[in-house]
Structures are given as structure tokens and as C-alpha cells.
Design a protein around this ligand. Structure first.
Ligand code: GAL
Length: 369
């Protein structure tokens, strides 16, 4: 037990230090080399925590039950995330496959609350929840608290006040995610790093359209705000031609981009997408309109879906940002195990984003495969 306490604490602490160091040094300083260190270190962290967890329970977490609910299965990024979550819980931490149950919240909070209620009735040992509505966190946390079941929230961050409440009241709840301000800043930097800083037509103003994710995830708001802020902070003048919700969805983004290209034509110099699925949709319309990425229009996304990273290599997308689903899934599973073992768990646990441009895209692709 003692060994576990140490190893788990070191693991969790080093994850946090990594993330805090990156926040402190500012987005600009992260390089491909730093990326490698982060990934390598978090892997070591995950491995040592996994070993320690196994040792502490005599090598067997197999009788413990983990209930997982994803906001909806039909989401490219969350599909990668939940696949890694299941793999890591079963293959690395030793939970029995049938004791790791993953439900589809179907983008319906009432449906998801029902699923959570069922997990509680069936006395699951810990829950990992990607809420449909992050604003439901206080209610869901109370349900879990009353039943004595710890909860790990992922991907859609509850409010800072709610997270603080868990800490103040000693509630067994935690959040694992990324600070989306960082991803927005990286997107803006990718535009600043182009030869003309995004001002393709040389009129002194960067004219852009912004395709936003579902606002239930604060990521949508932060990426929207901080991508543009990176430009204005650098003294670049900007003009927003259009801002519209694409709900993280490829088909919606394709339609929005098609309509925007019809309305604004060559005036559009940059297409900001809050995620890669939407960037893939935007690209379809950009190509259909006869425009060429990195030549007469720029396009950026977030997540580092393999298709998008390949597009970065092929000059079909200017850049993306790796939303590290591997480290996030592993950290979430480690926190869930720590709760089961009665360990102390921090109320907020952040993982770093990684900027992806043509320079490191191949390296990132190799890691993802
Ligand atoms: C974001 C991700 C999106 C989408 C969303 C769901 O972090 O970038 O692609 O998966 O989470 O809440």
C-alpha cells in the first residue's frame, strides 16, 4: 500500500507539474522536443501508476466495476478517447472486460442521467463521465456522493466553482481534461507562422470565418476566443466575416463553409475550426470551390485526427493541435483506480496540448499509429 501511495502520488503530481510548467512558459515555447518529453514522461507515469495500482490490490482490480458514459458515441474524438479508456483499464490496470461498461449518452442529458442512476443502483465502484451538459455536474455529483461512489469527469469541464466545492467539501470527484485556451493560442500561432501571417491579400487585415463546436463544452468558447486573441496580441488586425456553430460535426461544417464561400468568396483568408472533424468538412467545401489551402486560404483545427494530420503533411490543412486522448484516458483511469483504493485525488488534472504543423506532423502521425 505504501509503495502505491508513493507511486500514484508521484504519477499524478508529475502529470500536473508537466501541465503547469507548460502553462507558465507560455504556448510559444513548446517545441517538438518538448512534446516528445511530455509524451514519454506521461507514458512512464501511466506505467508506474498502473504497476503500483496492481501491486496494491494484490494484482487484481478485476472485481471492481467501472461505469462510463460518453456524451455521444457519434463523435470522432470521443471515439478514440473511449477506445483508449477501455484498453487501458482492461489491458494495463487489470479490470475485467465485462466490468468496464461504456454507455452512449446519445447527446441527451435525461437519457444519460438515467444511465448514471442505473450504475448507482447496480453499485458500481467508480464512474467516469463525459457529461452531455456540463451544467449537470452539481446534480450528478450529489447523486454519486449520496451513493458513496466517486466520479471522474472527463472532456466537458464543470465550472471552477463546482470543482472548488469538491475540494472544500471533501467530495470524491475530479476532472481530467486540457486547458482549451492553450489549443486556441496554438491555432492563432499557426496562422502567425505562415509567410504572410494570414494576410493573404495583403490588405493589412486577416479576414476569417470561425466554425464553433457545441457550446456545452467550454473548449468551443476558449478556442474561439484565444485563436483570435493570439493574432490581436501580436498586433495583427482581424475581421470576423462569420461565426457559426458546427457542433463538432463534419457535415455541418461543410455546409457552413460552402455557404460562407458563396457569400464572401476570396475575402476569406482563414477558416478557424474548433476541431478537426469540422476542418475536414471545411476542406471538402474549400476544394469544391477551387480554393487551395496554404496558397489562397488557411485552415486550422484541433484534435490531431490522423486524417487531419495527414492533411497537414499534404498541404490540405495549415495546422492542428494534438488533443492528447491517450494521456487523458490514462489519467482518467488512474484517477478512477486511485479513488477505488482510497487515495487522495486532486480536484483538477490537466494534460497538455501539442501544436502540430508540417514540421512535426510526421512525428505525431507515427505516434498516433
Ligand atoms: C473536444 C474535441 C471535440 C469534441 C468535443 C466533445 O475536446 O476537440 O472534437 O470531441 O471535445 O465534447
Amino acid at each position: 500500500m505504501r509503495l502505491l501511495k508513493k507511486a500514484a502520488a508521484i504519477g499524478i503530481a508529475s502529470l500536473m507539474v508537466l501541465s503547469m510548467a507548460a502553462c507558465g512558459s507560455g504556448a510559444k515555447e513548446t517545441t517538438a522536443a518538448a512534446t516528445e518529453t511530455t509524451t514519454a514522461e506521461s507514458k512512464t507515469t501511466a506505467e508506474s501508476t498502473a504497476e503500483a495500482v496492481k501491486e496494491a490490490v494484490g494484482g487484481d482490480l478485476s472485481d471492481k466495476k467501472v461505469g462510463i458514459s460518453i456524451y455521444k458515441f457519434d463523435d470522432n474524438f470521443m471515439t478514440l478517447y473511449r477506445t483508449e479508456l477501455q484498453r487501458y483499464l482492461v489491458d494495463e490496470l487489470g479490470f475485467k472486460k465485462e466490468n468496464v461498461v461504456v454507455q452512449d449518452g446519445k447527446n441527451d442529458q435525461a437519457e444519460q442521467t438515467n444511465q448514471i442512476q442505473n450504475f448507482i443502483t447496480q453499485k458500481y465502484d467508480v464512474l467516469i463521465l463525459n457529461l452531455v451538459q456540463s451544467s449537470s455536474a452539481p446534480e450528478v455529483t450529489e447523486m454519486c456522493k449520496e451513493a458513496g461512489i466517486p466520479v471522474v469527469y472527463i472532456n466537458r469541464e464543470p465550472t471552477v466553482e463546482e470543482e472548488q466545492r469538491w475540494k472544500d467539501e471533501g467530495i470524491k470527484a475530479t476532472y481530467v481534461g486540457c486547458d482549451a485556451r492553450q489549443s486556441g493560442t496554438y491555432q492563432g500561432e499557426e496562422i502567425l507562422e505562415t509567410s504572410n501571417k494570414g494576410d493573404i491579400n495583403g490588405d493589412g487585415v486577416v479576414s476569417y470565418i470561425m466554425i464553433q463546436g457545441d457550446p456545452e463544452n467550454v473548449d468551443a468558447q476558449y478556442r474561439t476566443e484565444f485563436s483570435v486573441k493570439a493574432l490581436t496580441d501580436a498586433g495583427v488586425e482581424v475581421k470576423e466575416l462569420l461565426k457559426q456553430r458546427g457542433d463538432w460535426d463534419q457535415a455541418k461544417a461543410q455546409q457552413i463553409t460552402q455557404d460562407a464561400l458563396t457569400q464572401f468568396g476570396d475575402e476569406i483568408e482563414v477558416v478557424f475550426c474548433n476541431n478537426d472533424a469540422m476542418a475536414l468538412g471545411a476542406l471538402q467545401s474549400i476544394e469544391a470551390a477551387g480554393r487551395t489551402v496554404n496558397k489562397d486560404i488557411y485552415l486550422v483545427g484541433v484534435d490531431a485526427l490522423t486524417e487531419a494530420v495527414q492533411n497537414v503533411l499534404d498541404d490540405k490543412q495549415t495546422g492542428t493541435v494534438f488533443n492528447d486522448h491517450l494521456s487523458q484516458a490514462q489519467a482518467a483511469a488512474d484517477m478512477a483506480s486511485a479513488f477505488i483504493l482510497g487515495e487522495e485525488v486532486e480536484n483538477v488534472n490537466m494534460v497538455d496540448y501539442v501544436k502540430v504543423t508540417k514540421e512535426n506532423a510526421q512525428e505525431v502521425l507515427d505516434k498516433l499509429k
